[in-house]
Design a protein around this ligand. Structure first.
Ligand SMILES: [Zn+2]
Ligand SMILES: [Zn+2]
Ligand SMILES: [Zn+2]
Length: 144
């Protein structure tokens, strides 16, 4: 990971929300209203991302993002106007990202249908509304 972009003349205006690299007015892009650097061109469309986590607070997000990165999955955190903080991964890495979160062993709820992790504070999947116990992948059955 580098410290910044190569536009020595331009003034840095922020950090890439994906990789943390400093970006300047010459090269920044935005996704979900966050600044990203020009290295993530294929990810400049919101449709290139999939929600993989919803959290009541940002407590362990740095750790989660680190674990994802260790597994080759980039991520972006969006603090929406809703109370929940959203964690996105590239759509094609959604399954991998979900698997990484599931195997991390921290106490969270998971929705096996939506393939998202969500905070224990949330009693049901914020996406489909299923209660956590109903949708545990561990007890997944083939018959509906
Ligand atoms: Zn970046
Ligand atoms: Zn630049
Ligand atoms: Zn769900």
């Amino acid at each position: 990971m580098e410290d910044g972009c190569e536009h020595l003349e331009a003034s840095p205006i922020g950090k890439c929300a994906i990789c943390g690299k400093t970006v300047c007015s010459e090269c920044y892009r935005t996704i979900f209203g966050e600044m990203i650097c020009d290295e993530h061109e294929p990810l400049e469309e919101e449709s290139a991302w999939e929600l993989v986590g919803l959290y009541a607070d940002s407590g362990s997000l740095a750790e989660k993002r680190f674990q994802l990165e260790e597994n080759g999955v980039v991520s972006i955190v969006i603090e929406g106007d809703e109370e929940a903080i959203e964690l996105y991964v590239p759509a094609e890495e959604k399954d991998d990202g979900y698997a990484v979160l599931r195997s991390s062993g921290d106490e969270s709820n998971f929705c096996a249908e939506c393939k998202i992790q969500y905070s224990l504070e949330m009693e049901m999947c914020p996406i489909c509304g299923k209660r956590s116990a109903d949708s545990d992948a561990e007890s997944n059955r083939i018959d509906e």
